[in-house]
Design a protein around this ligand. Structure first.
Ligand code: KGT
Length: 341
């Protein structure tokens, strides 16, 4: 079932409400509280309606066609982020390779930057200006071992609205896949696998667990993140058309049903360069497995409200996590790396 999210512009009061930290979200703002001209746009929200519909945090999911042109990609992302912020989203998700998609290995390596470079600074600035959290779902990162390995990391960053990096997760499952005559990917040729799964991060929308694209095929990581408290799992992606049309929605819905989490998947779409096309279908799945938002064809955004009350009800009514038989097949965990000696 596809449930449309009604997209209405928000008045400044509601926008502030949606973007406030969760602990401040107890009171429903009243549009009649102030007569400021800035709030005249509140007219459609009569006090009676407001009392009946407590606003839930709104998230925005981006669909992009990254190319090798970093400037153009930044301009596209920046426009989408601003639009999402204006609509009142508190958290905006960008797909894997939001920074660029190189047309060959050489180009990919030469365009990659470190986390201290200009790109991430610019996104930190955007987070601040727009007052939103940003999931930067797959940055081509020159890590500390760049000089020795000459390989990069596929790094998912989560920024808070002050522009601070709250978490970095480096893709642990690399996509080395050869489907004769259709798909040829060897990510490990230019990417180092990440060393660890990172604990979920608290945001105004819920606790966010970070993964990337091909990780979606490994339910262990989604279970490990859920056991650590995740309420929202993120799979920023750049799926191929062949594998996406066969597996994408099924995998996303399966991860949501198994873990009883919201699953958020920003995506690349369309022709990235001469030899590459991405599947698109950026979407949000609720913890019951229902697709509650999906992008239309081409670059753009879709929105979803996160209802943690609904999530808790599903977990209470069908407590699968307490029915696990770890005695039969073991447990998955987020292994904490030992501190350096
Ligand atoms: O390298 C870049 O610049 C962007 N990254 C990607 O395109 C990555 C690695 S090649 N793509 C995937 O993981 C596709 C997975 C997929 O399609 C599946 O699991 O079916």
């Amino acid at each position: 079932m596809l449930r449309a999210v009604i997209q209405t512009p928000l008045c400044p009061l509601h926008r502030a409400f949606r973007q406030a930290p969760r602990r401040q979200l107890r009171r429903i703002p009243s549009c009649t509280a102030s007569r400021s001209p800035a709030l005249l746009s509140c007219a459609p929200w009569q006090p009676g309606i407001m009392a009946a519909t407590a606003l839930k945090p709104l998230i925005a999911v981006c669909q992009l066609t990254s190319t090798p042109d970093k400037e153009q990609n930044f301009a596209s992302c920046s426009q989408l982020i601003q639009e999402a912020a204006q609509r009142g989203a508190c958290l905006v998700f960008l797909p894997e390779a939001f920074d660029f998609i190189g047309s060959n290995t050489q180009e990919t390596l030469s365009l990659a930057e470190s986390l201290e470079g200009a790109q991430i600074q610019r996104y930190a600035g955007l987070a601040r200006e727009c007052g939103v959290w940003l999931s930067l779902g797959g940055f081509h990162e020159r890590g500390e071992d760049w000089a020795s390995t000459r390989r990069i990391y596929n790094c998912h960053l989560l920024l808070d609205p002050t522009g601070q990096v709250m978490a970095t997760y480096r893709k642990t499952h690399l996509c080395d896949v050869e489907l004769e005559g259709r798909v040829s990917m060897k990510e490990s040729k230019f990417t180092n696998p990440g060393p660890e799964i990172v604990p979920p991060v608290s945001t105004p929308a819920g606790k966010v667990g970070l993964a990337i694209c091909y990780d979606l095929r490994f339910p262990e990581i989604s279970l490990a993140l859920t056991q650590e408290g995740a309420e929202i799992l993120t799979y920023p992606s750049a799926f191929t058309v062949t594998t996406g049309s066969a597996h994408w929605e099924v995998l996303l819905r399966a991860r949501a049903i198994e873990t009883q989490c919201y699953v958020v998947a920003a995506a690349q779409t369309g022709k990235n360069h001469e030899r590459r096309t991405s599947y698109g279908h950026a979407m949000v799945v609720d913890p019951w497995g229902c697709v509650i938002a999906q992008c239309q064809e081409g670059p753009g955004l879709c929105y979803a409200e996160i209802d943690l009350g609904y999530l808790r009800r599903i977990r209470r009514e069908m407590p699968v996590c307490t029915h696990r038989r770890a005695d039969l097949y073991g447990r998955v965990t987020v292994l904490k790396k030992p501190p350096p000696p």
